[in-house]
Write a protein of this length. Sequence first.
Length: 210
Amino acid sequence: MKIILLGPPGAGKGTQAEILTEKLKIPQISTGDILRAAVKAGTPVGLQAKAYMDAGDLVPDDVIIGVVKERLTEKDCEKGYIFDGMPRTIAQAEALDAQNVQIDAVLSIEVPDEIIITRLGGRRTCPECGMIYHTQTKKPSKDGICDACGAGLIIRKDDETETIKNRLETYHKETAPLIDYYRAQGKLKDVGGEYNIASQTAEVFKVLGL
């Protein structure tokens, strides 16, 4: 099964992608993870993307398409994949269609902006091991300290309030039009985004017929 997950940052796409990956035994293709890995490694594409990501802006389509196209050639994608955060623009969707990338279903997870700001603004990240915590829903045992490795937690640039607002503005302008794009293709399935994880997963399974 080949799936796209749509929705604003913080809607739960990554969580549901992980659950679907385990359920369907297919990989999660997260351009955010791929690009962050490139930034950390200091690769040319990582350096190119870093300025855009730090400002909460979209990474240019040509960079994204190149990364994704390379990823889909790997063996674990032979039986399907889950796109988390890709495509982000109509141009990217058209590029995927032009390259005959087959999509079976597009899940649209929508959450009000004010809930997104609360969710993302409470994130705390370990700069050493990558563990993610939250000031309300997933607190570390010791305030400000990673349970896994003992490093001090930080607020990532893209989890700061102004950056979140910029990301949401960008989402509504650039990515939300994909809802109508895929609805016109008959592939869109709406999923509520304000549920807890278990309820959201149950709805995802239901609309996919799992």
